[in-house]
Design a protein around this ligand. Structure first.
Ligand code: SF4
Length: 191
């Protein structure tokens, strides 16, 4: 079940690529370990599920995604959604139907690059919110995207998490171009 962002509540198959080019302190994904599969084996595994939605994620999926894997999944009628940190362009020839970018670079680094992200086209910008005093959220608004979402950071500390949720909601109420994204799979205990 996709637990967060625009497609929250949508049944989806997750293709999780091992490896990431960043090391975020709040990362909740084991992206080091994995099983080596051919493209055909990935397609075969995806086809075991009836949903047409496939989430290409990681780690950082642009490190490994190929045009031929996208084509094979499309040929099976699958809709491809990607979750990326935005620091790399889409590999050549890859066709993805929906791109969610969760930029992990600090706003000052983003600003240095003129607010452009190598990934290029973004459907949904999802920013992990910790604190509007230390994060200049307005800078993220300069990144072109169709939808803007703030997602409270999960610190694993319930008290700190509640403070962050309250701050996130307050920020959104004051800046209504943003919508709330919750990690509903964690709330529901769904893996
Ligand atoms: S970019 Fe994503 S997968 Fe990579 S370290 Fe950061 S949170 Fe984890």
């Amino acid at each position: 079940m996709q637990g967060e962002g625009h497609f929250t509540g949508t049944p989806a198959v997750f293709v999780r690529f091992a490896g990431c080019n960043l090391r975020c302190w709040f990362c909740d994904t084991d992206f080091e370990n994995g099983q080596e599969l051919s493209e055909d084996e990935i397609v075969e595994a995806v086809l075991q599920y009836p949903t047409r939605y496939v989430v290409i994620t990681g780690g950082e999926p642009t490190l490994q995604l190929t045009a031929s894997l996208c084509d094979k999944l499309h040929a099976q009628g699958r809709y491809l959604m990607m979750e990326t940190n935005g620091t790399r362009p889409l590999p050549e020839g890859c066709q993805v139907d929906w791109i969610t970018c969760s930029p992990k670079l600090t706003p000052s680094l983003l600003k240095k690059d003129g607010m452009g992200l190598p990934i290029g086209h973004i459907d949904e910008l999802k920013v992990v919110f910790e604190d509007s005093e230390s994060q200049d959220i307005a800078l993220y608004e300069q990144i072109p995207a169709s939808e803007y979402r703030l997602q409270p950071c999960d610190t694993q500390d319930p008290q700190r998490n509640q403070e962050i949720i309250d701050k996130t909601i307050n920020y959104i109420l004051q800046h209504p171009q943003w919508k709330l994204s919750l990690q509903t799979h964690k709330i529901l205990g769904v893996r």
